[in-house]
Structure formats: structure tokens, C-alpha cells
Design a binder for this molecule. Sequence first.
Ligand code: MN
Ligand code: MN
Length: 456
Amino acid sequence: MAKTVWEKMDAKGMKKLMAFNEEYKQFLDASKTERTFTKNAVAFAEQNGFKELSKFKKLKTGDKVYSTNHGKNFLAFVIGRKPIKEGMNLLGAHIDSPRMDLKQHPLYEQDGLVLLDTHYYGGIKKYQWVAHPMALVGVVVKKDGTVVDISIGDSENDPVVGVSDLLVHLAGEQMKKPGSTVVEGEKLNLLAGSIPAAKEDKDPVKKNLLKILKDAYGIEEEDFVSAEIEAVPAGRARDYGLDRSMILGYGHDDKVCAYTSLRAITDMKDVPERTSCCILVDKEEIGSIGNTGMQSDYFSHVCAKMLSLQGDSSLVDLNDLMENSRMLSSDVSVAYDPNYPEVNEMKNTAFFGHGICFNKYTGSHGKYSSNDANAEYIAKIRRVMDDNACMFQTCELGAVDVGGGGTIAYIMANKNMDVIDAGIAVQNMHAPYEVVSKADVYEAYRAYLAFLKDMD
Ligand code: MN
Ligand code: MN
């Protein structure tokens, strides 16, 4: 039996695997924020015959439906042969990634330079985010409601911004600090300009920059108060490794699971028995809170609306739907790294090229805050994977007591749904550039297709 996905693939399979990853890289490059991911997911779903929920008067077998929430959540459904209240097969992933957000009053001039003050988002090693080319992506919403899209730094001729780092020649004191404070949060300021406006005494460089923004986008300084602008690594995802077996890119966590889930639901060939669903949510990296996080009532509300379009509108119907549903809560897992083998326990570790990972539990220490998937459910998953010749591995997020992490799994499990953590292994998680194996990206996509089709 093949030990890795690579060895399993024949020439035809290998061609498909590589082509799929080219499509992933393109989508990732255009979808660095939750807003741009949602926008591109909508366009992609529409190309594949999905229609917005409000367009349906009733729901019948084979209908393809999508819904969005505040431009930051995306849901897609393919209505199955059985009524929705008998349960759905769900693929869930998150589309927010660690980054630096501009503060509400970001712009200031200091000693002839203009900077943009940021507040980091999610768990980052701050020292990794300096001396990198950064793009600014987001929206400015003016008082009259006009939304101005901002995207600077990802086109070939765009300028970029960045956070400076101290030259090593003068970093003697800095280098004695522990890693957590070697670059402090308040030092994450992006250098944005240095030309002074003519005949201005106070803040001439800032005035010049504000004029540039006004001319290009029609925005004033006060408009930053109602803006969401994210500083994300500029540039494109690249083939990684001399054999091109991996992808280096920003935001694989968790857009690699989001993209493969989206592709699975849009690529399904036959109408499924059970309704298929793909849930892409925001705010996982900061605790899944807020009206666009998994804890929001949005998903339940959409389900209630869909039930009512099949004539089932009681609270019991909604609870039945949740209890009868099964979910792969997909988020990236840790890939074995020969530079740091000590953080893993080798029997329960994910390796590049071995397919989708299933984590029975995540959490930390004594499995705290973890969804611990039921053995009966895992047995069903094993059957579906084996029936469809999908390679999978089981793993933990690190050795016992080394660390840990959380996902959206427990939130859906709270609705009494069967949920397991699944996903793709990455190196460099939460660094500006993360790494995945192309074999795992493709094999996860195949596993999602199998799950949507065959989980009962
Ligand atoms: Mn994640
Ligand atoms: Mn994460």
C-alpha cells in the first residue's frame, strides 16, 4: 500500500493534483481577507449555479443555495433527497487569518516620517511581522454609507508598506529580550510616507499623504474611524521546494480548508442523499465571537429559514436538523517539522503528504476546551474515507502539555451535532508565510467530496 499520497497517484492523478493547486494559489492570492474571500466565494458559487437564498420560494432536491452575512461569512447548500430536518453533512472552516489591523486613528507624523499605527489580530510571534512587504486591504465606509474598497500592494506596480526592524548593529539590548517582547505590539507601525507638502509648517508629510488618499479614494482622515483595513503580506503564493511539492503563502490557516471545502460543494456531481453544506466563518482567530463568528445566531437562523421553505418551521425541526447533522470542522493542524521534532509525539503527529488529518480532540493540557469527537462517529468517518480511497492520518496539536489550540468544533457540537476536527497540516502556522503540501490540499478536497456524498 502507498505510504504517501504522492506514491498513490498515477500520472493522470498527479496532473489533476497539480492543476487543483494552481487554482488554489490563484484564489488565495485574490482572497487575503475574510471580505475578499467571501466576495470571491460568491462569484465562484454563482458561476457554478448557486443562487442567493432570498431568490427561493421553496426548496427542492438539487437546489443550490448560498447566503452571506455582513460580507464576512459564506454559506452554501446543495439540497439533498431527504428533508433538511433529517440532517446535513457540513464542512466548516474559517476565513480570517492573523494580521495587523489599522487602528481607528492610525495616521501620525513623527520626525519627518508618516506611519500607520496597527493592532495585531490573532496569535502572532510579533518579531516575524517586521521587515516584510505588506499590502493594505479593506474598506473605508464614509458617513453617507459609501463603501470605498482599498487594495494597495498586491499589483505589480503598487507600492507596499512595512514595519521596520532595528539594525543588528545597534540591537545589542534588543537581542537580550525574550522572544515575546523582542518586538512589542506598539512598535508594529507601518512606514507610509516621507515627502513633505510644500509650505506646510505642521505635519507636512502627513498632509501630503492625506492629499494622495483624497485624490485616489476620496477619503478624509476622519474616515479611518469607520474603516477596516488589514495589513497582510504583499505578493503571491509560491511553489515551495525544488520539486514544487508544497505551497508557501499567506493565510493557509484556514483558507486552505475553506477553499477545498468550497470546491467540494461546488464540484459535487450528483445530488446527495443528505443536504450538503459549506460554512465559512470569520473571527475564529480571536475566539469565534461577534456577529460574524461561529457563535453568531446567523447559521441557525439561515437553517430555520431553509426549513420553513420545506414546510418545517418548528423549533423541534430546527433542533432535529442540528442533532441529525454531521460536521467536519476543518482547520489547519501542525505538520511535523524536522527542525522542531521535540514539540510532537511521533505516533500522533501529522506529516506532509499523508492526507487529511483528523484530530479527535484539540484543546490544551487535560483536553481543556476541546470538542472530543465520539468514537462511533470516527468509525463512520473511517468507513467513508476507506470506501473512497482517501488517505487520512490522525494527530494531536503537539505533545501533551506543550501547548494547544482551539477551533470552531465545540460550538457546533453544543447543538448536539457530531463534529470532528479535520484539516490540512501546515508548517509555520501564524507566520506571514505558511507552508502546505500540495498532496494534502488535493487529498483533503477528495475527502470532503467523499464526506458530502457518503456520510449518513
Ligand atoms: Mn485556524
Ligand atoms: Mn489559527
